[in-house]
Write a new protein. Sequence first.
Length: 274
Amino acid sequence: MDDFFMLMDLGPSLLSLAGITSPAHFQGREFLGPQKCEPREYVYSARDRLDNCNEMIRTVRNKKYRYIRNFLPHRPYASFYPDGGFFKQIPPEGTSGRDFWETSCLPEEQKIHDPDGVFLMPIPENYSQYLIWQDSKPFEELYDIKNDPEEVDNLANDPEYQDIARKMRKKLYEWMIETRDLGLFDETEMIVRAEQYGGINYEVGAHCRNLERILQTADLSRLGESGRTELIERLDDSDSAVRYWAITGLMSYNMDDGIIRKLKYLLQDESISV
């Protein structure tokens, strides 16, 4: 099979094979059986949490390109994980993740948890496999799947691929709005909002009338200085989810005294997420 399908398509497809019509609320499509739909042109994926660390990555791909949007670019791909073993150390304040992995691993634990010494090896600048240990992520990634199946050469900032990046970004954001993406709410914020719906998280997205503005705010840090100015203005927004993304977006910029003063004021915000 050369067609695209998503995990959510599995249920409807099994029902189709059994001759059963899928319920109307199913988001998936049938890719098998008598009710088989037209193949998907695009498929979507999401990453929201790595064990004890929050994350928000969204991606869309077709048969030629994959576009990735990192909504928390100030965080590394791989966060420090206190599992009581090799990863239990916390880097000293001011130590970059790269320096930590290169120099700070305990030799006796390294022998047990990393027998090949991978984390203590020097990291060549052109060795793409080590990008997972860098201190931050790009805002966007775009890969030519046909010619670069291992997704090494990021084309997101290449002028020749800007139209493709815009098209893929638009497709991704439309899907996020259509599916009422709950990743746009900090976990604590989502729990608080879900209380009025009997604790059902899905209802938070389903009833949110401001989701487009929340997504727009989450996207602003990608826009450079113009985005920074708008993020500062949205620190005073009436929606706590917008304020949360305004603060999160500013994490990608150098903090001047003016921003720091505003952020200190928001320490008294009624929203715990803010």
